[in-house]
Structure formats: structure tokens, C-alpha cells
Design a protein around this ligand. Structure first.
Ligand SMILES: *[C@@H]1O[C@H](CO)[C@@H](O)[C@H](O)[C@H]1NC(C)=O
Ligand SMILES: *[C@@H]1O[C@H](CO)[C@@H](O)[C@H](O)[C@H]1NC(C)=O
Length: 132
């Protein structure tokens, strides 16, 4: 699950890349950066109305991304659909280079099978966790 793309944020250029492996390598190295989410991990529990903190690996951040902001959205992926809660991001306009963002978790459904998607120009889904 960790390396799953958040498909909803793939732009046309990336869609083209999928059918053309040669440019994938180039784009991967020079443009698209898919930060690996470190936390939450599998079986984490997020309690509603508490502060939460999502962290990701910035060790391989490309120079072009150092000054870019990201958006963090909740997802509840099934086999066929990532179910991104795009309308109500958990956090927006935070520096990708920081490696973490914290926010107050409120007004969300409870249950298991949630993930977060960190979006720059391509997204990464976290492991599945629970909201309680
Ligand atoms: C979030 O995680 C980062 C990196 O581990 C840490 O520096 C920061 O203090 C944490 N923030 C909160 C509110 O826990
Ligand atoms: C990133 O977000 C900050 C606010 O957190 C804003 O001041 C800044 O203009 C944003 N940068 C970009 C490139 O959008």
C-alpha cells in the first residue's frame, strides 16, 4: 500500500509517462517526486479532536521541490478506488521540504481502513490506519 499512487492527482503528463517507460525514468529523477510517508503506520489510531502529525521522507527531495507546498488528504482506499476526500483536505499549503505537517483532526468519519495521501504533483498513500 505504501507505494500506491494517489491516482486522482496524476496529471496528463504523468498519464503519458505510464505508457512510455523511457520518460518515466527521466521524470522520476527530475520532476515527479513521490515522498514516502513514514507515519501514520499500519494500525495507528487517530482519535478525533486531537492533533495529528503526518511525516514523510525528504532525504531524496529534488531541488525543484524544495520550495513547493503540498496538500494532505484523507483516503479510504478499496481495491478499485482510493476514495480521496479531496474537498476537505487535512492540511494545505505546507512546505514539502519540512517532512511533516500537524493539524487538528475533527469532523471526520470513524472507522478503519483509512490512509492519507500526500499530494505534490504525484501522491503517495500511507499504510492503513483507524480513526476512533
Ligand atoms: C511532528 O513530527 C515532526 C517530525 O518527527 C516533529 O519534529 C514535530 O515536532 C511533530 N509535531 C507534533 C505536533 O507532534
Ligand atoms: C506555501 O505556503 C505558504 C503558507 O504556508 C505561502 O505563504 C507560500 O506562498 C506558499 N508557496 C507556494 C509556492 O505556493
Amino acid at each position: 500500500m505504501n507505494l500506491t499512487l494517489c491516482l486522482a492527482v496524476l496529471f496528463v503528463s504523468v498519464a503519458q509517462v505510464v505508457t512510455s517507460p523511457t520518460s518515466l525514468t527521466r521524470r522520476d529523477r527530475h520532476i515527479a517526486w513521490r515522498p514516502r510517508i513514514l507515519t501514520p503506520v499500519k494500525d495507528s489510531i487517530w482519535y478525533l479532536d486531537t492533533m495529528q502529525n503526518v511525516t514523510w521522507d525528504t532525504s531524496d527531495i529534488p531541488e525543484q521541490k524544495v520550495h513547493e507546498n503540498g496538500t494532505l488528504v484523507l483516503a479510504r482506499p478499496t481495491e478499485n478506488d482510493e476514495h480521496l476526500y479531496l474537498k476537505y483536505p487535512l492540511a494545505e499549503d505546507f512546505p514539502l521540504a519540512l517532512g511533516y505537517v500537524s493539524f487538528f483532526l475533527t469532523d471526520r468519519p470513524k472507522g478503519d481502513g483509512f490512509a492519507v495521501c500526500l499530494m505534490g504533483d504525484s501522491g503517495d498513500l500511507s499504510e492503513l490506519f483507524t480513526i476512533a
